[in-house]
Design a protein around this ligand. Structure first.
Ligand SMILES: Cc1cc2nc3c(=O)[nH]c(=O)nc-3n(C[C@H](O)[C@H](O)[C@H](O)COP(=O)(O)OP(=O)(O)OC[C@H]3O[C@@H](n4cnc5c(N)ncnc54)[C@H](O)[C@@H]3O)c2cc1C
Length: 252
């Protein structure tokens, strides 16, 4: 039996491990669009804070006997022939296919002037991009749009390396999707005590870069200066390559 898994992260690799257990002779191939070996995405903030000093510290183990192929972005699926095609035009056939392509950050439409640094955190390059930007910008402060778990972890990591941050929060409190009001207020007071700024009931309208500084204009008209804007406004399923196939997609 030929198993093909698209996506080499938490879901894809744990599935590969389980399939290996259940079918010792099957051929298992995992395709990843990323160039680096699989790593723990939830540990990315540790790479920013320095608690993990190198990318290798985040690498995940590859189950024995599983073939991992990097830099293979799947762009289409031909169900009738049981093959997937990569961006480079290679085809991989399967008897059974598992789609474990996870999600990518949602970045809302904002008006941009010039080529402002707008980032989100989901992969290794995002962390190196953020570090680079902080290093090269005249203004160190990071503007965090959205106050969910990922941006909260980024604010905490920035604090550990002495980089200030400011949250722009559309709702009236931090972590509003996962905490009740009382919980949010506890986190907010800890954050403020540590020097993290919180602007609630606000939203970014325009982002502009001038002379190595990022300016974010909020709907209220207030202008924030920073090194970059990091959006943490949730994710969307990575299922574009399934368009036009017969595969039913719910929420992804
Ligand atoms: C900073 C951060 C902190 C987090 N903290 C936590 C936490 O504390 N607790 C928690 O439960 N979760 C946390 N998460 C979320 C957690 O990382 C994800 O839920 C988890 O990674 C999902 O795993 P997955 O395998 O489903 O998908 P993903 O991790 O999204 O992996 C999908 C993989 O498929 C690849 N891929 C996508 N499309 C294609 C394609 N067309 N062809 C080939 N490859 C493709 C992607 O490049 C990616 O490598 C955090 C995430 C981040 C970013």
């Amino acid at each position: 039996m030929k198993y093909l898994i698209i996506g080499a992260s938490a879901a894809g690799l744990s599935a590969a491990l389980k399939i290996r257990e259940l079918d010792v002779d099957g051929e298992i191939t995992v395709l990843s669009e990323e160039k680096s070996p699989p790593y723990s995405k939830m540990s990315l903030p540790y790479l920013l804070s320095g608690e993990c000093s190198k990318e290798e510290d985040l690498y995940l183990g590859i189950p024995e006997g599983v073939k991992l192929l990097l830099d293979k972005k799947v762009v289409s699926l031909k169900e009738e022939r049981k093959v997937v095609e990569t961006e480079a035009g290679e085809e991989f056939s399967y008897d059974k296919l598992l789609i474990a392509t996870g999600a990518h950050p949602y970045i809302p439409e904002v008006e941009k002037k010039g080529l402002p640094p707008i980032l989100s955190i989901r992969n290794l390059e995002d962390i190196s991009g953020l570090k680079e930007r902080i290093k090269n910008s005249k203004e160190k402060r990071v503007i965090l749009s959205g106050a969910g778990l990922v941006n909260c972890e980024i604010a905490d990591a920035l604090l550990k390396i002495g980089v200030p941050s400011v949250f722009v929060i559309r709702s009236n409190r931090i972590l509003s999707q996962i905490l009740d009001e009382e919980g949010s207020r506890i986190i907010e007071s800890c954050a403020k005590e540590k020097g993290i700024e919180l602007l609630t009931g606000e939203n970014i309208k325009t982002v502009e870069e001038r002379d190595g500084i990022t300016y974010a204009t909020l709907e209220s008209g207030k202008v924030l200066k920073g090194s970059c804007v990091v959006f943490g406004k949730g994710v969307r399923p990575s299922v574009d390559f399934l368009k036009g196939t017969g595969i039913k997609i719910g929420r992804g």
